[in-house]
Design a binder for this molecule. Structure first.
Ligand SMILES: [Cu+2]
Ligand SMILES: [Zn+2]
Length: 205
């Protein structure tokens, strides 16, 4: 009889640790970046961390130099002009630009820099948006998208920093979000089950 309980405790603790590991990964999202012809030219990854959302971008085919890059308010990328993505994500009703005293929009980001050989390394953490629910969540009713522009963003001119045409656009889509949330609930339930089991073992045996 005792060995059955020992096995059960091991199984519950094992499941608990397993599900909490999944839980700890947190919220993640991705945006495949498409050009006006609908070809995927790059990928943006979003990870919710303690300090904010880490955004990493890999992309090919952009001209060397600086390009404006923003989170736009609507999760809709209709080629060729991507105007469907709407204005910059701006739930706090600010003006445009990281250098604007009345700014910035929550969706404003530092320019993406493309090297002479076309290579880019772009990583930025912003605490102006979240992947988790709330006022600053990118997953509001109409979603959000990531847009890369033809020209640099001057970071002050309202509403879009004179960054020119929208050349790449990607709808920001949760990655394994559902299963991660289930993981959270699952581990909470397992925690309760384990606590009940321990209490039962202590009190009634
Ligand atoms: Cu933009
Ligand atoms: Zn802006």
């Amino acid at each position: 009889m005792r060995s059955i309980w020992t096995i059960l405790v091991f199984v519950v603790v094992g499941l608990l640790i397993g599900s909490m590991t999944v839980w700890a990964v947190g919220e993640r999202a991705a945006a495949p970046l498409r050009d006006a012809e609908g070809r995927v030219m790059g990928m943006a990854l979003f990870v919710q961390e303690a300090q904010g959302v880490r955004i990493s971008v890999t992309v090919k085919g952009l001209s060397p130099g600086e390009h404006g890059i923003h989170i736009h308010a609507v999760g809709k990328c209709e080629p060729p002009d991507f105007l469907s993505a709407g204005p910059h994500f701006n739930p706090t009703n600010k003006k445009h630009g990281l250098n604007n005293p009345d700014g910035p929009h929550a969706g404003d980001l530092p320019n993406l820099v493309v090297g002479e050989d076309g290579s880019i390394v772009y990583e930025h953490i912003t605490n102006l948006v979240t992947l988790t629910p709330g006022e600053l969540s990118l997953f509001d009713e109409d979603g959000s998208s990531l847009v890369i522009h033809a020209n640099p963003d001057d970071q002050i001119t309202d509403p879009a920093g004179n960054s020119g045409a929208r050349v790449l656009c990607g709808v920001i889509t949760p990655m394994k979000g559902a299963s991660l949330r289930i993981g959270g609930v699952f581990s909470a339930l397992l925690l309760l089950a384990a606590a009940a089991l321990v209490i039962w073992l202590l009190l009634f045996r």
